[in-house]
Design a protein around this ligand. Structure first.
Ligand code: HEC
Length: 182
């Protein structure tokens, strides 16, 4: 191979690399901007996710501490009492508001960290049991349906859902509420 050809090749390569470097340099800014936009979009996505989680606190979220769950049940009692009072006074929108709150609390209750108290599953996590999750779901569904009916002042239909909500409290407590907390 001749010396001249080698030089030519080297020169060509140099030009190619220099060109690439130039293009790289020029595209630096737009890339940074693109990154910024992407960041913004990711942030937006995360905000959306947060909202979805708030709506229906996912089972993958960390378990509630004992205090968080006690507070949740206290809030549940208050929302339930509010619902009953507003229902008695035929205040549809207010009753619906209380029911929406109950639905959100029921979804959150899925993350209870307590254990199965008796039987063959004793000591296992309550939240991993089908009946526990079913009662949370039943309460959430009934509360949402209640809210829809109460808003329309369809009190017969709302009352049927109210009974369902009430049943889930007792059913779940019978199995999962420790005696000393009564
Ligand atoms: C899916 C199960 C479940 C449902 C449904 C449920 N609870 Fe509870 N609740 C529990 C458990 C478990 C405890 C006991 C918590 C503990 O002692 O660690 C409890 C405890 C309570 C307590 C005692 C407060 C405390 O600090 O522990 C109140 C009040 C209460 N629940 C109200 C309600 C009301 C009102 C409803 C229905 C509108 C309801 N709960 C529905 C599981 C449930």
């Amino acid at each position: 191979m001749s010396y001249r050809i080698a030089t030519a090749v080297l020169l060509a390569l140099t030009i190619v690399f220099a060109g690439a470097g130039l293009v790289q340099g020029q595209s630096d800014k737009p890339t940074a901007e693109k990154k910024e936009v992407k960041k913004e979009e990711t942030k937006k996505d995360e905000a959306k996710k947060d909202e979805a989680n708030k709506e229906a606190e996912k089972a993958e979220d960390p378990p509630l501490t004992s205090k968080e769950f006690h507070d949740l049940m206290e809030d549940m009692k208050k929302a339930w009492n509010r619902l009953k009072i507003h229902a008695r006074n035929k205040m549809g929108d207010k009753a619906a508001e209380a029911a929406d709150e109950l639905a959100a609390l029921a979804a959150k209750a899925r993350r209870y960290d307590g254990e199965v108290l008796t039987g063959e599953n004793k000591g296992k996590k309550a939240r991993d049991q089908k009946d526990f999750q079913d009662w949370c779901k039943a309460m959430e569904d009934a509360a949402r349906e209640y809210a829809a009916q109460a808003k329309k002042s369809k009190w017969d239909k709302a009352d049927a859902q109210k009974d369902k909500i009430n049943e889930t409290c007792g059913a779940c407590h019978d199995v999962y509420q420790p005696e000393e907390d009564e």
